[in-house]
Design a protein around this ligand. Structure first.
Ligand code: UD1
Length: 393
C-alpha cells in the first residue's frame, strides 16, 4: 500500500504586521492588500489596541477593507512608559504562540517601537516602513520612537531621499536602506474615488474650496494651557478668513476640557468642532478644502498628493519633501504668521506643487518584493516609469 508523502514544511515567509494607532491602519492597509495577492507569504495582523474607539479604530478597519486582526493585545491608553511596557509584554507572548520570520512595523507610534524591540531581541527580522524621517526635535515622542525603531531594524523602507541621509548619519548601513515610496499614499490612491462618493460636504453644509480643515493633536500644541491657548488663537486667525471644520482628536478634546477652554473653542465664530471622522469622510473633506491646517505628519503628505495647500502648525517637519516639492508650508507656532501665510495662499488662484518621486501607489509591492527576495541585498527601487515626476492631479 502506498503511504502518504510526509507533509512538506511550509516554506512561506511568515510575516507579522503590527498596527496600534489610527495612522498605522491607513499605512498597513496597503501592505495587507498587497500581501493577499502573494502565495509565498502568510501574514498575521496584530492590533496592539493603542487606539480602540469605534471612531479611532473599528471604523478605519471597515473602511480600509482590513480583516479582523488575528490578535488583539488590548493595551489601551496609559502614560507612554506604561503603554509601551504593556505592548512589550503582550507582544512577547504573541510571538511565543505565533513565531514569525519577519515583523513589519509602520510609522512612529509607541506600538511601533515596542514591537520592534521585542522582535529584535528575539532575533526576528524587523522591517520598518517609513524609516529615517527626522524632525530633530526630541521633545516629540514620535522622534524618540523613530530613532530607536530604526536602530533596531534590519530593513529600513524610506518614503523620501532625505531619510536615507538621516539614517546614514546615524550609522545605519546603506545595504539595509530601501527607497520604496509611501504606503500611506498607496492607500490614498486606492480610496480616492470611493471617498469622492462621501456626502460629508452636504452633511456639513460646505461648498468645495470655500473652507479650511483643521486637525491639532500634538502634545506640544495641546498639553499646556499656554499651548492650547495658542492653538485657539491660530484657529481664530483662520476663521477670520474662512469657515473652519475641526474634527477634534480625543486627547485634544480632553485637554481643552481640562483647561476649561472647550467652551471658548465651541464659541469661536466660524469654527465647527466635530467628532473625529472616518478615513473616507476625512479624505473627501481634505480633497475639497481650500486649505488644511494641521500638526499631523501624514496629513502633510496627503495634502501634497491631493494638491491642496497645507499650513503646518509646527516649527519642524520630518517630511521636508512636502515643503520643497509639495504644497506644505511650515508656519511655526505664531498665530499671526498663520493668518499671514493663509492670506498669501488665498491671494493665489492655484496651489503649486508636484507629487514626490515613487509616491505612485506601488510602495507596498516594492516592500514585499524586497522582503521575499531569496538572497536579499540592498537595492533602491528604481522604476523608470515612476521616476518621472508626475504633475499634480
Ligand atoms: C498617537 C501617536 C501619535 C499619532 C496619534 C494619531 C504615540 C506616541 N502617539 O497619539 O504619533 O499621531 O496617535 O491619532 O504613539 N483616546 C481615545 N480613544 C482612542 C485612543 C485614544 O479616547 O481610541 C484618548 C485617550 O484619552 C488617550 C489619548 O486619546 O489617553 C491619547 O491617545 P494615545 O494613543 O496615547 O496618543 P495619541 O495622542 O492618540
Amino acid at each position: 500500500m502506498m503511504r502518504d508523502p510526509a507533509p512538506e514544511a511550509d516554506a512561506r515567509l511568515r510575516i507579522t504586521c503590527v498596527v496600534g494607532a489610527r495612522p498605522n491602519f491607513v499605512k498597513a492597509a496597503s501592505i495587507v492588500h498587497a500581501a493577499r495577492a502573494r502565495t509565498e507569504i502568510t501574514l498575521r495582523l496584530v492590533h496592539t489596541g493603542q487606539h480602540y474607539d469605534e471612531r479611532m479604530s473599528t471604523l478605519f478597519f471597515r473602511e480600509l477593507g482590513l480583516p479582523e486582526p488575528d490578535a488583539h493585545l488590548g493595551v489601551g491608553s496609559a502614560s507612554h512608559a506604561v503603554q509601551t511596557a504593556r505592548v512589550l509584554e503582550a507582544f512577547d507572548g504573541e510571538l511565543d504562540h505565533h513565531p514569525s520570520d519577519c515583523l513589519i512595523v509602520v510609522g512612529d507610534v509607541n506600538s511601533t517601537l515596542a514591537c520592534a524591540l521585542v522582535a529584535a531581541k528575539r532575533g526576528v527580522r524587523v522591517a520598518h516602513v517609513e524609516a529615517g524621517l527626522r524632525s530633530r526635535d526630541r521633545s516629540m515622542p514620535e522622534e524618540i520612537n523613530r530613532i530607536l525603531t530604526d536602530q533596531l531594524s534590519d530593513d529600513l523602507f524610506t518614503t523620501e531621499r532625505s531619510a536615507e541621509a538621516n539614517l546614514l548619519q546615524e550609522g545605519v548601513p546603506l545595504e539595509r536602506i530601501h527607497f520604496v515610496g509611501n504606503v500611506m499614499i498607496d492607500t490614498l490612491m486606492r480610496q480616492r474615488k470611493v471617498a469622492r462618493q462621501s456626502d460629508v460636504l452636504t452633511r456639513l453644509g460646505l461648498a468645495p474650496r470655500t473652507y479650511a480643515v483643521c486637525t491639532l493633536h500634538r502634545p506640544s500644541n495641546t498639553d499646556t494651557v499656554e499651548s492650547a491657548n495658542n492653538s485657539l488663537a491660530a484657529l481664530e486667525a483662520l476663521s477670520a478668513r474662512l469657515p473652519v471644520v475641526f474634527p477634534v482628536h480625543p486627547r485634544t478634546r480632553a485637554r481643552l476640557a481640562d483647561f476649561r477652554l472647550l467652551d471658548r473653542a465651541l464659541a469661536l465664530p466660524g469654527v465647527r468642532l466635530i467628532e473625529p471622522l472616518g478615513y473616507l469622510d476625512f479624505l473627501a473633506l481634505m480633497d475639497q478644502a481650500r486649505v488644511v491646517f494641521t500638526d499631523s505628519g501624514g496629513i502633510q503628505e496627503e495634502t501634497t498628493v491631493l494638491g491642496v495647500a497645507c499650513l503646518t502648525f509646527r516649527d519642524t517637519t520630518e517630511r521636508p519633501i512636502t515643503v520643497t516639492e509639495g504644497t506644505n508650508h511650515l508656519v511655526g507656532l505664531n498665530p499671526f504668521n498663520t493668518g499671514a501665510e493663509l492670506d498669501a495662499i488665498l491671494a493665489k488662484s492655484a496651489t503649486k506643487g508636484r507629487v514626490p518621486e515613487l509616491w505612485d501607489g506601488r510602495a507596498a509591492d516594492r516592500i514585499l518584493d524586497i522582503l521575499t527576495r531569496p538572497n536579499r541585498r540592498r537595492e533602491t527601487a528604481t522604476d523608470p516609469g515612476s521616476e518621472a515626476r508626475l504633475p499634480l492631479p
